[in-house]
Design a protein around this ligand. Structure first.
Ligand code: ZN
Length: 237
């Protein structure tokens, strides 16, 4: 009977491993996705900042053209001034020139604001590029490993499952069924160890008589509360 208990304990060890591998199987693709999403997000951020900066550049250039147009107009008026005969015309043209100069000065202060804005964009582009480089470095460092690990997991689980099934062959069929049912329905735990007089699976207090029997390893005990296979822990398996 002790050998059956030992086999069950070994099977549980393998199922513990399978459980961990299954957790990884759920976890690793999430890690991979998050790494890929970070690169995507950083790329999108940089693109957006660069697009906005380009828009600003367009505004700056059209402003420059507007200023240039006004300046050329002023030059034309200035040459016309020399040909003017009447005082009235002279005044009118002069006030036109003054008006254009005011306009230029307003446009120039807008131009300065836009230059400041452009400087902000410039440092944002630098930050975005840094963030993208960091995300890509992380991708380069982790993606290959993660993909390889994800690819290997199924095979590893299969290997452990085969080893467990191989062990199970020496057990009576009904015991295998009970074991398998508990792995499925009791949180991947069919074997619970006596933990200082309590069931390691549910914490239920083990009666003194049973505790003695657990030490003897003469029969298979089930926890009176959770139904798991109860045994004293083996020092060696
Ligand atoms: Zn229990």
């Amino acid at each position: 009977m002790e050998s059956q208990l030992r086999t069950l304990a070994r099977m549980q060890l393998l199922d513990d491993q399978i459980g961990k591998l299954k957790l990884l199987q759920a976890e690793l693709p999430k890690q991979l996705n998050s790494i890929l999403e970070q690169v995507e997000q950083a790329t999108a951020n940089l693109l957006l900042t660069e697009t906005e900066r380009a828009e600003l550049g367009k505004k700056q250039r059209s402003l420059e053209l507007e200023i240039k147009g006004h300046q050329e107009q002023i030059k034309k008026y200035a040459t016309q001034l020399t040909d003017i005969k009447t005082n009235k015309e002279y005044k009118a043209l002069n006030s036109e020139i003054a008006y254009l100069k005011e306009k230029i000065s307003a446009l120039e202060s807008t131009e300065i604001e836009l230059m400041e804005e452009d400087n902000n964009y410039k440092s944002r582009v630098t930050e975005d590029k840094k963030a993208l480089a960091a995300a890509e470095a992380l991708q380069k460092e982790k993606e290959g490993d993660l993909r390889a690990q994800i690819g290997e997991l199924e095979g590893e689980i299969e290997k452990h499952r085969n080893a467990r099934n191989e062990l199970a062959r020496s057990l009576p069929t009904n015991l295998i069924k009970q074991y398998g049912g508990m792995i499925k329905n009791k949180g991947n735990q069919a074997v619970a160890y006596n933990r200082d007089g309590s069931c390691g699976g549910c914490g239920f207090n083990i009666r003194p008589q049973i505790r003695i029997e657990l030490q003897l390893r003469k029969k298979i005990h089930f926890c009176e509360s959770c139904g798991r296979i109860l045994m004293d822990r083996f020092d060696d398996l």
